[in-house]
Design a binder for this molecule. Structure first.
Ligand code: ADP
Length: 490
């Protein structure tokens, strides 16, 4: 399995039968967890202390953290045949500040600056308390992952951030696969039970307290009882009906999301009394290859790539936030852009070779040849690249106002990927506090119900910065596991 590339799951997974259900692990890893952690409560189902719905970065982190804090009888439910959710496809990295890796590399950063830029990137519509909590916890989360063998010490820049704080695996590959492989391994070591092909349908609410989950497995329905339920079901991009319920204008957009991102967690939580906030804040990502719905990693722009329109002209500072770049792209002829880069960018982003293998990358032996391949006027493209190169060599001001990741193109082979916006991330969701407790509209907790990851709302406001989703899911995933374990131990 290659980083950042969508590959049909049936090509890459192995299935193991264990306990209650088939456990399937992405990327050829061995069985996640098979020792029975439940006790049989009745003929109808099983009794757990903690039921975690969703096996993406948030759900797996919650399971590991809860276990390490002394909790037992934990189960992770996954409706798909394999684990990892959209986290698997996370392409950039994990933003974090004041980390040991930044310090080692002489990068000066602060949690306060990270929080400020996150709030500014979200046009001050994010929840300042949740943002501070996330940023303050980010370095600890990087250390925690490192302790699990997931070392993110290759640091780059993403749009909207003024310092390098996007942490990637050592080889510069996309973060998702490394993260999920490491978290799955940690789940396996702890023998935490994972039930794949197990679709959570509804929360059981008893006198206002969430006490379990109704599930469907292989066509059979049962009820799992729980002292705490952690909703970690990710987003809704694969559910067109739900997308258009909140954003009618996004009808027909492609999505980068995997098939299990059907928004079930929003519906289940709302039915149990939780408030959903900012649900119309669905992020579209500016660099999605439209035939494959493959997201083209932001680090490629951070590494020097430019966007040109069908006339070979740049039209925006490529490092602006996703909402601005997407909007500018849609205004170009045909509503698309070519993401153009040289051999250096190709070589320094491992994901590019994978996009190439998938047939998404156009190549020319030089710029003129590339122009001919992509049907763009060669003189116009040359003028664009010459002008861009002048910014880096002469210190001239970039005509688009770009100040970050301006790296001159070298001579030689040139590449381009055709991109346009696609539905990427639901920034709204279940309202939570810094204990990851789900909250109702009047701010009251719903006993027994917690939420973490993309299913939650309010952190990113109306624009999420690249690299902040992974920070969110790890910081809050780890936190909710610890909070729930602490609460149950009292
Ligand atoms: P996050 O980044 O917040 O961890 P992901 O998208 O990575 O979110 O993971 C969420 C996981 O939850 C996905 O694997 C998805 O298939 C799974 N999921 C969504 N709805 C359900 C459901 N009703 N029952 C079980 N699993 C679900």
């Amino acid at each position: 399995m290659e980083e950042g590339l969508k590959v049909p799951a049936n090509l890459t997974r192995r299935t193991f039968v264990c306990g209650m259900g088939a456990v399937t692990i992405m990327g050829g890893l061995s069985l996640a967890g098979c020792s029975p952690s439940k006790t049989k409560s009745s003929d109808k189902g099983d009794a757990y202390d903690i039921v975690i719905i969703g096996s993406g970065g948030a759900g797996l982190s919650a399971a590991i953290a809860a276990f390490d804090k002394g909790a037992s009888k934990i189960v992770v439910l996954e409706k798909m045949p394999s684990t990892g959710g959209n986290t698997n496809f996370s392409s950039s990295g994990m933003n974090a500040s004041e980390t040991k890796f930044q310090k080692e590399q002489g990068i000066d950063d602060s949690n306060a600056l990270f929080a400020e830029e996150t709030l500014t990137g979200g046009h001050d519509t994010g929840d300042a308390e949740l943002v501070s909590f996330m940023c303050n916890g980010s370095a600890g989360a990087i250390d925690w992952l490192d302790g699990l063998g997931i070392t993110l010490n290759n640091i780059t820049l993403t749009g909207g951030m003024s310092v390098k704080r996007c942490h990637r695996p050592t080889d510069g590959s996309a973060v998702g696969k490394t993260l999920i492989a490491g978290l799955v391994e940690a789940v396996k070591e702890r023998k935490i039970e994972v039930r794949t092909n197990c679709d959570a349908k509804e929360l059981v609410v008893d006198g206002g307290t969430v006490t379990g989950v109704k599930v469907e497995e292989k066509g059979k329905q049962s009820t799992l009882s729980a002292k705490a339920v952690i909703m970690a079901t990710g987003g809704l991009g694969a559910n067109q009906e739900m997308v258009t319920k909140y954003r009618p204008d996004l009808k027909g957009y492609v999505t980068t999301n995997q098939a299990g991102a059907t928004g079930d967690g929003y519906a289940m939580s709302e039915a149990a009394g939780a408030e959903l906030v900012q649900m119309d804040q669905i992020q579209i990502h500016p660099t999605v290859e439209q035939e494959s719905s493959q997201l083209i990693a932001e680090g490629i722009r951070g590494g020097g790539a430019i966007l040109v329109n069908a006339e070979g002209k740049r039209f925006i500072d490529e490092m602006k936030t996703r909402d601005k770049v997407s909007a500018a792209e849609l205004e170009q002829p045909g509503g698309f852009a070519w993401e153009v880069f040289d051999q250096t960018v190709y070589d320094s982003n491992k994901a590019v070779a994978n996009y190439d293998k998938a047939g998404l990358v156009k190549k020319g032996d030089d710029l003129a040849a590339l122009a001919s391949t992509i049907g763009v006027d060669a003189a116009a493209l040359k003028a664009t690249v010459d002008e861009y190169n002048a910014v880096t060599t002469s210190g001239a001001a970039d005509q688009m106002g770009r100040t970050k990741g301006c790296i001159a193109f070298s001579d030689g082979a040139m590449y381009a990927i055709k991109v346009a916006p696609g539905i990427h991330h639901e920034m709204g969701g279940v309202r939570i506090n810094t204990k990851n407790e789900a909250l109702s509209a009047d701010g009251k907790t719903i006993p027994g119900l917690y939420a973490a990851g993309e299913v939650t709302g309010g952190i990113h406001g109306n624009n999420r910065i690249g690299g902040n989703a992974v920070c969110d899911i790890i910081v809050f995933g780890k936190n909710v596991g610890e909070v729930v374990a602490d609460t149950l131990s009292k």
